[in-house]
Design a binder for this molecule. Structure first.
Ligand SMILES: *Cc1c(COP(=O)(O)O)cnc(C)c1O
Length: 425
């Protein structure tokens, strides 16, 4: 598909991503006039001629550059597939990215991206806390491949990053700064623009230092890291983008140049998503803004309710940031709304948090987030169980902490459930 095949404006009026999610990147004449893209459930594609097949392979294997009006022909579904290509074209609109690639999971997107750019001896600087799977990957997997990692704590300002840079420089060549902002589950923020300037500063003509941001929590609606200088944006599409807790997928977005490298490693790691998942995500994108807006509004009601509750000690919610909190300025600069994730501490400890979780009736006790249904979980023993308890304390993950992903239910029903579950504590 060529970008200029589809209008993104009408008489100079720029169309918004939500208006383009229903049709952009797909032409009904490809499939008997079908309004919706079919599921291209095929492993391989027929070449019109042997010459066409040869041309496609030359591009696919990098034997020659693609011509200006050329697109990569369809070859084999590990390289490309129409459902994935349409999905990638639509996904990149939200973040204003040049290109994107979808993967079989968020972890596949993250590991493929990291292994595209880091080599043994390189150092990855990452924020802390990280998503549990990414944390494990950095601590236990990348280290086995000789990739070092140094971390800094989210929400502790620019000095925390500077200390990490100093430490990293003493170990090896910094190749990437990797962020999760807001941090999971504390909602601590990191200044993307500042990290981008540090990445540029550390870059040399031989080695570009990339800034990658996992935007799963606020994106792609409420935060656009590329606009603040990030090179790569990563997603677990399993969460808000998929939005119905019925699929696992991931994505990486960035420049044509960087994405070409990432797509090449996706081909050889074989970490691409399948056409059925791609099709489900196309359906999900049509309601993305509706869902994320509803969840964001509901979360505000829930967070305000929790704030006043006598059995709740602390509410970590981006919509409650105090003017004097350094995170407030970062929020104003790079976030468009507080999103739908709330963490809070039940007065007491693990026992009280478990009582609350076990008493819930409407909100389901499960990890994951960003689905239409509200979910609650216990970070210290579930998503962040891999983090040693002294480190959990340092990161602000307490035994009494509960993480909520607020869904699209009626807000008064969510609050009624929380009210009765807190009464049971
Ligand atoms: C879930 C999640 C991931 C991993 O994604 P999967 O789709 O489960 O592989 C990565 N980062 C964040 C922030 C997540 O929430």
């Amino acid at each position: 598909m060529r970008d200029d095949d589809h209008a993104t404006s009408i008489n100079g009026h720029e169309l918004h991503p939500e208006s383009l999610m229903m049709g952009y990147g797909y032409r009904p004449e490809w499939s008997e006039g079908a309004l919706k893209s079919p599921i291209f459930q095929t492993s391989t594609f027929v070449f019109k001629t042997a010459e066409a097949g040869k041309k496609f392979f030359e591009v696919a294997y990098g034997l020659r550059q693609m011509g200006p009006s050329e697109t990569l022909g369809l070859i084999y579904s590990r390289l490309n597939n129409p459902d994935l290509e349409i999905l990638e074209d639509r996904l990149k609109l939200w973040d204003g990215a040049e290109a994107g690639a979808v993967f079989t999971s968020g972890m596949a997107a993250i590991s493929t991206t990291i292994l595209t750019f880091l080599r043994p001896g390189d150092v990855l600087i990452h924020s802390d806390p990280l998503y549990g799977g990414t944390h494990h990957q950095c601590q236990h997997v990348l280290t086995e491949f000789g990739i070092h990692q140094v971390s800094f704590i989210a929400g502790r300002g620019p000095q925390a990053l500077e200390q990490a840079v100093e430490q990293a420089n003493s170990i090896g060549r910094v190749a990437m700064i990797y962020l999760e902002t807001p941090a999971n589950p504390t909602n601590g923020l990191i200044d993307i623009e500042h990290c981008a300037s540090v990445a540029r500063r550390l870059s040399t003509p031989e080695q570009r230092v990339l800034l990658a941001v996992d935007n799963t929590f606020l994106g792609p609606l409420w935060q656009h890291p590329i606009q603040h200088g990030a090179d790569l944006v990563l997603y677990s599409l399993t969460k808000y983008v998929g939005g119905h807790s019925d699929l696992i997928a991931g994505a990486c977005l960035g420049s044509h140049e960087d994405m070409q490298k990432i797509r090449a490693s996706r081909t050889f790691f074989g970490s691409m998503a399948g056409p059925w998942t791609g099709w489900l995500l196309l359906r999900s994108l049509e309601t993305l803004k509706l869902r994320m807006t509803s969840e964001m509004k509901n979360a505000r009601y829930v967070a305000d309710y929790l704030l006043d509750h006598p059995k709740v000690d602390r509410v970590l919610y981006l919509g409650h940031l105090d003017e004097n909190d350094p995170d407030h300025a970062i929020y104003r600069k790079q976030c468009l709304a507080p999103g739908g994730m709330i963490s809070f501490e039940v007065r007491g400890g693990e026992r009280e948090a478990f009582r609350f979780l076990n008493a819930l009736q409407l909100i389901r006790l499960a990890v994951s987030l960003g689905g239409t249904e509200s979910l609650a979980e216990h970070p210290a023993t579930m998503t962040h169980a891999d983090v040693p308890s002294d480190q959990q304390r340092q990161l602000g993950i307490s035994p009494s902490m509960v993480r909520l992903s607020v869904g699209v239910e009626h807000p008064s029903d969510i609050i009624a459930d929380i009210e009765q579950a807190l009464a049971a504590v």
